[in-house]
Design a protein around this ligand. Sequence first.
Ligand code: DP6
Length: 402
Amino acid sequence: MPGDNVGKPQMVTCTAPVNIAVIKYWGKRNEELILPINSSLSVTLHQDQLKTTTTVASCRSFQEDRIWLNGKEEDVNHPRLQSCLREIRRLARKRRSDGDPSVDVTFLSHKVHICSVNNFPTAAGLASSAAGFACLVYTLAQLYGVEGELSGIARQGSGSACRSMYGGFVQWIMGQRADGKDSVAQQVEPESHWPELRILVLVASAERKPVGSTSGMQTSVETSRLLKHRADSVVPDRLKQMIEAVHKKDFAAFAELTMKDSNQFHATCLDTYPPIFYLNNVSRQVISLVHQYNRHCGETRVAYTFDAGPNAVIYTLQEHLAEFVQVVRHFFPPESNGEKFFKGLPVDHAVLSEELTKDICLEPMPKGISYIISTEAGPGPCVMQDPIQHLLGADALPKKNV
Ligand code: DP6
């Protein structure tokens, strides 16, 4: 627990991952506490490819709380940000009143400077709020010396953020209590459980999404009976099957459940009134491509899922990765080859058979996909030990390159 006797800022820097749900969260029963109408399950993506980095500094001389996101100062009074700050300080105070003398109460009253950056485009629909709030809560907890269950606090920043507090395969248990205390994330399996699993993010468009998740799901809860049916009668069973598929590393079952759940989520968006469209022509071509490819192979080798945007996230196994990437290149001829189009974990070259390209009845869509990020399941939030990684300088303002 850092003291602050000399008026020098105390600083902590951490990183946190993005997660992609295979059983989607869509709809709240309590807007303020962010309590969902159904449980969900996600895979945490590896931070070598996608992560948020956050530095928090605290000092008694700071006049006010301040926050910089991706190089721009933002309003620190955002209610969800304030919820996270308030809850983590409350937890730290509770530790103190429970008899932990290492918690310095005056330190908790000092203002903070927060600086956060993503290593991927914020508006690309890649769950940046999940990584962002998970990172904020984890970093504040390190600063205040708070350990233990923190996903319930990250949840109050953004629902899906609670799942980014763990690595591997993570479920968010919806909980039953009105105060939300039992609505927390839990690791189902660690990232080492299924090393053959590979993930591709196909970035279809880096444009900002038309309807944000928060307001979109609010309208869905108000107007879609399909959403109620999904939450009450479909997800509970599907989640059990998904957990079993993950435990057994049964890719065919995992893939089918993933695709069906993504499709049902987008069906509830269409059932929302007025309807919400997150998928575009590129997304629909990816869906077609995956089904035709699986049919050609005579087994389910690839699965897609889409969040509140047009980008596809693909799950497959290492042994099929090279061929499928080549299939994507064939049907979405890129503007440029090499590193600009393909980022992340390297993939071997594959040659497609004529039979395969003929069997898939699709017109190639040039430049439909702007780039691919190749990744795998990864760990939860991490502390950066080296002070060089701080995003704030000795003056507690963002460093020049941030
Ligand atoms: C489609 O967690 O962004 O990505 O709780 O309002 O911040 P808020 O919503 P958010 O919603 C994510 C929705 C989703 C599905 C999922 O990640 O489970």
